[in-house]
Design a protein around this ligand. Structure first.
Ligand SMILES: Nc1ncnc2c1ncn2[C@@H]1O[C@H](COP(=O)(O)OP(=O)(O)OP(=O)(O)O)[C@@H](O)[C@H]1O
Length: 295
């Protein structure tokens, strides 16, 4: 009996890249989730995840397996389905069908246990605008049941390293885009989550804070946290990620280490950048992009 698909469905678009392969990379994940045996071996596991909005298939039978401690970069062009996938993974958007496990917990069957294991920086930040930055981070720590003394100490540490200490007593409504993102990030990591989901964490962040955040994320993975993040910034993904998945039109079109993706997507060009690989995988061709009316 094998009801689980071996691969993601065929791509809707003609690309030079072979079929992706969470199911090939981690076949045991997919052979035994049917019997409920192996989800706990994975930090994040999706099985046949589908999301439709009317006629639009935003995420198309996604099968993805992320191992504990991996730094997984999730790439795709605008509208590819990254945020929709992350929302289904973290319990913000119920899948049309399919399953998601985080830390072995079925997110849609046991959402409270799953949420306790994760930290989330969503695409659209929904912050308590009338709290100060410090109050918001303290509040998040208490919500996750972190002991009082730890909440206080970690909050002050995070405010300091994220360069928010001078604005800690200002209300969030008066924060800049980057400051809001940093305070949301602090709230997402204070309880030392097992799995951290970040949707575009570097958007609107200055280079100094960007470096600090990269260092914090690296440190978290060194200490066992799994990170699943989406980004359009190829250099950051290239520098940080141990594995990368590329989604296009809701379909996972490539997955692997950077080296594997380079070899598969760019043939002999072993020095191809992630940007080259990305453009190759999603099938971008060199076309004339001139605007004739600018002449
Ligand atoms: N609530 C919704 N209702 C209808 N369509 C939606 C909804 N949310 C997302 N979509 C559609 O689903 C597709 C995937 O959107 P999604 O936000 O997941 O893309 P993305 O990869 O995160 O894009 P970006 O990089 O631009 O943030 C898009 O076509 C989008 O218009």
């Amino acid at each position: 009996m094998n009801t689980f698909p071996e691969q993601n469905p065929p791509q809707t678009q003609d690309t030079p890249f072979p079929q992706p392969a969470a199911a090939q990379a981690y076949p045991q994940a997919y052979s035994s989730t049917q019997t409920g045996q192996s989800a706990e071996q994975y930090a994040v596991l999706t099985q046949d995840l589908l999301q439709t909005f009317g006629q639009k298939v935003a995420v198309n039978h996604l099968n993805l397996a992320v191992r504990p401690g991996e730094f997984f970069g999730f790439l795709g062009p605008n509208g590819a389905g990254k945020s929709t996938t992350i929302k289904m993974m973290v319990g913000l958007l119920r899948p049309t069908s399919g399953s998601v496990w985080v830390g072995g917990v079925d997110v849609w069957k046991d959402p409270l246990s799953a949420r306790a294991l994760m930290g989330v920086l969503p695409e659209h930040l929904n912050l308590y605008e009338r709290l100060t930055g410090r109050e918001f981070i303290l509040f998040a720590g208490h919500m996750y049941g972190v002991p009082d003394a730890d909440v206080t100490r970690r909050t002050e540490d995070l405010l300091r390293v994220l360069d928010l200490a001078n604005d800690a007593d200002k209300m969030i409504v008066d924060y800049s885009v980057g400051m809001r993102k940093k305070v949301a990030l602090a709230a997402a990591i204070l309880h030392r989550p097992q799995v951290l989901f970040l949707d575009e964490p570097f958007e609107g962040i200055d280079p100094v804070s960007s470096r600090v955040i990269r260092d914090i994320l690296h440190e978290l993975t060194q200490r066992g946290t799994t990170i699943f993040f989406s980004s359009h910034i190829m250099e950051v993904v290239e520098r940080l990620c141990t594995r990368v998945g590329i989604i296009n039109q809701g379909v996972l079109v490539a997955e692997g280490t950077l080296q594997e993706l380079r070899e598969r997507a760019s043939g002999d060009d072993k020095d191809a950048s992630l940007e080259d690989v990305f453009l190759n995988v999603i099938g971008v061709r060199n076309e004339n992009h001139n605007l004739s009316w600018l002449d």
